[in-house]
Design a protein around this ligand. Structure first.
Ligand code: SAM
Length: 184
């Protein structure tokens, strides 16, 4: 079994948007407790799978785990320095919920933008980004910024997300340039 129900969302995202190959290097942001990492390790069996979270992730066979807050620029720079390049960046990061819709939305967009920064720094040409965000007024701006860096963007609402009606995933398909240098 998987560590979290979220695992089924990643399976659906992959079935919809074709994220993995056998040899993909995958970076999963906000990866604890590790359901997505289990799915990624199954779907990229000859690849490299790296999970990052501010909380501890219990060991998973064939998966590298790191602890850090991805809003911290140094944490992102260390990740880039250690991993180099990747084929897939995933983010299921979510803020601690305040219950105030606009605030939770804004915080989730902020986290999604950290994931976009990582994607811009590590993704090889043709690479993909799949990132969770709560729907709201800043969604269009985020989507436009992802669109600039990828061939196209898809919005996916996995069936497993249906009870959390504001949650969706933006999938940027086909990174259009080589990784940018950190600090550019
Ligand atoms: N995809 C995971 C799975 O399948 O097990 C579930 C991820 S859970 C919905 C969201 C995660 O995002 C939490 O573990 C949380 O600690 C992490 N997170 C939120 N903000 C973060 C940040 N700034 N840096 C790192 N991780 C963060």
């Amino acid at each position: 079994g998987y560590r979290s129900r979220s695992a089924y969302k990643l399976q659906q995202l992959d079935e919809t948007a074709d994220l993995f190959t056998d040899r993909s290097t995958v970076i999963d942001l906000g990866a604890a407790p590790g359901g997505w990492l289990q799915v990624a390790a199954e779907r990229a069996p000859e690849g490299r799978v790296v999970g990052v979270d501010r909380q501890r992730i219990e060991a998973i066979d064939g998966v590298e785990t790191r602890r850090g807050d991805l809003t911290d620029e140094d944490v992102r720079a260390d990740l880039k320095a250690d991993i180099g390049e990747a084929d897939v960046v995933l983010s299921d990061m979510a803020p601690n919920m305040s219950g105030e819709y606009d605030l939770d939305h804004a915080r989730s967009v902020h986290l999604a933008r950290q994931a976009l920064d990582v994607a811009r720094e590590v993704l090889t040409p043709g690479g993909d980004l799949a990132v969770k965000v709560f729907d709201g007024r800043d969604l269009d701006g985020l989507e436009a910024d992802i669109e600039e860096a990828f061939e196209y963007v898809r919005t996916v609402r996995p069936d497993a997300s249906r009870d959390e009606s504001s949650e969706l995933y933006l999938v940027g398909k086909g990174r259009m340039t080589a990784p940018i240098e950190v600090g550019d």
